[in-house]
Write a protein that binds this ligand. Structure first.
Ligand SMILES: NC(=O)NCCC[C@H](N)C(=O)O
Length: 413
């Protein structure tokens, strides 16, 4: 059986990718909601959609099949029939704070009356109180958030499809995410994997599901080759989750090495892929801001230990040496974001200058606004496909964050 998921590297020719076209959810909020929703500004939707279509077309023009999360989710619900729709709605309402009660019932009736695509879109966009003809009478609605405009918050971060799940080999992780603003997102990925005809019952391994209290996000999960992963210890991914997924991979897959890389825990560098990406067999982007004195950074190489489920950990502080050892390379090229200039690097990293998406070895998609980093990549021999980025960048994610590779060709060397 050919697996519908096949992703054994960061750089193999990209064949199939999962995107989410930004919808009303990216403008359905006010400035005071931005910190909680993990946004730094409110994008102008028509322009953001134009930019996203440009990104999708750039991928298509390079032979990539583009799948859309919102469409797959509705198709999965169509395939699962009324029973699945009910189960999904119950779960989504519970995770939105309405396990039972009159508000639960009113929201469920409202959503259940829609066809699956409209319902999926509506859940993603958020539900305002003025949309439903219903006056809540429970204490929480009356006493705690009577003035709050929403029953269900929008999910503006959905266009960063990288994070709620991550394809690794012929399986994936479906992630328990860190902040409430994003935790419901991976429910869409779960129903797609379990019920969409393209993925269900095809032997796809779930290396780690979303039913955990420890946290991991796809922006931290880098598939370096067919047996080595790098995973960020970051604001969004905890060390215990890394040990957990490493244990599962060591047990049931060919993965035998997980390099945990400690990065600063802050909003600008929330995931490893905002500061470090693999773009060729021996080339990486690195934001100089993650390197300490003497270029040092804490890395922990996890490999299977002697006993069942045991893990051996080796601590190193030289990123280049760690990567050379794990990838069996004589040398490698770490390309500094913004050419290492502290102002340019800080500015371009903020706008995702390190967040490159490789669509083949040495071929990357980047935001056009990061012109210093882009020029440097070209000087280092890479082919750079620039995409427009005024509005999309306001959500703090770039081309790697906006894409979840599902199928890549295997590497030839
Ligand atoms: N992989 C990534 O770095 N994704 C970008 C996520 C940005 C989003 N506003 C967030 O804070 O989660």
């Amino acid at each position: 059986m050919t697996s519908p998921i096949h992703n054994f590297s960061e750089i193999g020719k990209l064949k199939t990718v999962l995107l989410k076209r930004p919808g009303h959810e990216i403008e359905n909020f006010t400035p005071d909601m931005m910190p909680r929703l993990l946004f730094d500004d409110i994008p102008y939707l028509p322009k953001a959609q134009e930019e996203h279509d440009y990104f999708a077309n750039t991928l298509r023009d390079n032979g990539v099949e583009v799948l859309y999360l919102e469409k797959l989710a509705a198709e999965a619900l169509d395939a699962g029939g009324a029973e699945l729709k009910d189960k999904f709605l119950e779960q989504m309402l519970t995770e939105s704070g309405y396990a039972t009660g009159a508000t639960h019932d009113a929201l469920k009736e409202y959503l259940a009356s829609m066809n699956n695509q409209d319902m999926v879109n509506k859940i993603m966009e958020g539900i305002r109180k003025n949309e439903i003809d219903f006056v809540p009478t429970d204490l929480q609605s009356m006493a705690e958030d009577g003035d709050y405009e929403f029953y269900m918050d929008p999910m503006p971060n959905l266009y960063f499809t990288r994070d709620p799940s991550a394809c690794i080999g012929e399986g994936l992780s479906i992630n328990h995410m860190t902040f409430a603003a994003r935790q419901r997102e991976s429910l869409f990925n779960q129903i797609i994997i379990e019920h969409h005809p393209r993925f269900a019952n095809q032997g796809v391994h779930v290396w780690r599901d979303r039913n955990h209290s420890t946290r991991i996000e796809g922006g931290d999960e880098l598939v370096l080759n067919d047996h080595v992963m790098a995973i960020g210890v970051s604001q969004r991914t905890s060390a215990d989750a890394i040990e957990d997924i490493a244990r599962n991979l060591f047990k049931d897959s060919n993965y035998d090495t997980v390099i945990a890389i400690s990065i600063p825990h802050n909003h600008a560098m929330m995931h490893l892929d905002t500061v470090f990406t693999m773009i060729n067999y021996d080339q990486f982007t690195v934001h100089p801001g993650i390197l300490g004195e003497g270029g040092h950074i804490d890395t922990y190489t996890l490999t299977p230990g002697q006993g069942e489920g045991e893990i051996h950990i080796q601590h190193k502080t030289d990123l280049k040496e760690t990567l050379k050892d794990a990838l069996h390379l004589d040398d490698l090229d770490l390309i500094p974001t913004g050419n290492g200039d502290p102002i340019i690097a800080g500015r371009e990293q903020w706008n995702d200058g390190s967040n490159t998406l490789a669509i083949a070895p040495g071929v990357v998609v980047t935001y056009n606004r990061n012109y210093v980093s882009n020029e440097l990549l070209r000087q280092h021999g890479l082919k750079v496909l620039e995409v427009i980025s005024s509005e999309l960048s306001r959500g703090r994610g770039g081309p790697r964050c906006m894409s979840c590779p599902i199928v890549r060709e295997d590497l030839t060397k």
